[in-house]
Ligand binder design. Structure first.
Ligand code: JFZ
Length: 408
């Protein structure tokens, strides 16, 4: 990459790297079936039959203010919502085809517009997920595996018809009808050529030069602004040099499923988030609203409880950099800011004295983040030259001051 391009890329992604925590929303026509977002393929539902679900889709309870409020209370800084998932149903007012929430349902409202306005008000960045390659509503065969093989004749190699007349015009709509878009989250690009992938990136940039693009825009490496890991995948320390995120589910589904009741706890969310942030990544945590337009109560409960911890400890999360120690620490994790280090201590590892090995910098002061008076914790620092061994010891008060993880 040219130096100038690299500078632009670094500038562009700054807000996202500081944000650390975003809300993923998988919401589409599939919610009416309450069996996840892959239901059309899983049950081999013919296109004509699937289209009929739109005539009953009326998410009257949808309230943009409430949804954005949940994200805010959880401590999330951006929202990535499915503008179109693999089923091909546009969850916004698309003029390209009628298979969209405004023209094909009794609901008749554009939730993306309402969310865009609300995000603007509440200071959250709005971002769109767009399934650019898989579209079961159209026969296009770029990759047999991804196609609607139960309903279409795959001899119809109509990919460029789909690509130029549906996918790209819809992406253009998303970039021109809703104000500034923080990022476009593309997904599952198998079969898309390197040339088409790169052209799509340029196409996005031509409308919004600062809009970020995730790596799933292409199966070719180094296209897009940052790497999306596999679902729920957290890499090792030091595994990644560039920006990355973990897309994560709160239960075991993306789209709403009435069978899935295996929920992560607030504690588990906090621990995973700290782990991810200490490795320099972002957490994109999913909710799957119902066909009525409601974020499941359990999701809201977990997010709000996690949000309380983040509210108290945000200084050690937002705008931080990865741990300088490229390995797991036995008591927890580290994040840093210029001339400051945050030690995230797992409460079950809380002891009389915390030891950190390998820190060469002189420590001026240590205190609990939970202590508004910032009272000094006694510290000792030693260096044994013969074995090149630096040890920092911090005396801890008897009780860990916060839930789950307490920060020094
Ligand atoms: C994709 C979608 O098929 C799925 O419905 C959901 O939207 C999810 C966020 O993304 O599924 C994937 C894509 C890539 C991986 C895993 C699931 N991956 O790289 O591990």
């Amino acid at each position: 990459m040219l130096v100038e391009e690299q500078t632009k890329a670094t500038e562009r992604i700054k807000w996202w790297q500081e944000a650390k925590f975003g809300m993923f929303i998988h919401w589409g026509l599939y919610a009416t079936l309450a069996k996840g977002e892959w239901v059309m393929a899983a049950s081999k539902i013919p296109v004509k039959e699937y289209e009929q679900f739109a005539t009953q889709f009326n998410p009257k309870e949808f309230n943009a203010k409430e949804w954005v409020g949940v994200a805010k209370r959880a401590g999330m800084k951006y929202i990535v919502i499915t503008a179109k998932h693999h089923d091909g149903f546009a969850m916004y007012h698309s003029k390209v085809e009628k298979f969209n929430i405004v023209d094909a349902t009794p609901f008749g409202r554009d939730p993306m517009k309402e969310l865009a306005e609300e995000c603007q008000k509440q200071g959250i960045k709005l971002c769109f997920y767009y399934s650019h390659v898989i579209d079961w509503h159209h026969p296009h065969s770029v990759h047999e595996y991804y196609n609607n093989t139960w309903d279409y004749n795959l001899e119809e190699k109509a990919f460029y018809n789909y690509w130029h007349n549906l996918a790209k015009p819809q992406i253009q709509e998303l970039l021109t009808q809703y104000g500034d878009i923080g990022l476009l989250w593309f997904d599952t690009a198998g079969g898309l050529s390197k040339k088409d992938s790169k052209e799509l990136v340029e196409f996005v940039r031509s409308f919004q030069p600062n809009c970020l693009i995730n790596s799933r825009v292409s199966h070719w490496p180094n296209i897009g602004d940052y790497q999306s890991k596999g679902d729920n995948e957290i890499p090792m320390y030091g595994e990644d040099s560039g920006p990355w995120e973990t897309p994560m589910t709160l239960n075991q589904s993306w789209g709403y499923s009435d069978r899935d009741q295996v929920w992560k706890t607030p504690e588990s969310i906090i621990r995973k988030m700290v782990n991810i942030v200490s490795k320099g990544g972002n957490l994109l945590l999913n909710v799957g609203p119902t066909a009525e337009g409601i974020i499941p109560e359990k999701s809201v409960e977990v997010l709000e409880q996690a949000g309380e911890w983040i509210e108290r400890n945000g200084e050690a999360i937002y705008g931080t950099n990865a741990s300088p120690f490229p390995y797991e620490l036995e008591w927890g994790a580290v994040t840093i800011k210029p001339s400051r280090m945050y030690l995230h201590v797992n409460n079950e590892k809380w002891s009389d004295q915390l030891k950190l090995f390998g820190l060469k910098n002189k420590v001026v002061k240590a205190y609990l983040l939970a202590d508004s008076e910032r009272r000094n914790l006694p510290i000792t620092q030693s260096y044994t030259e013969s074995i090149d061994h630096h040890v920092l010891g911090i005396d801890l008060p008897k009780d860990a001051p916060d839930q789950y993880i307490s920060i020094i």
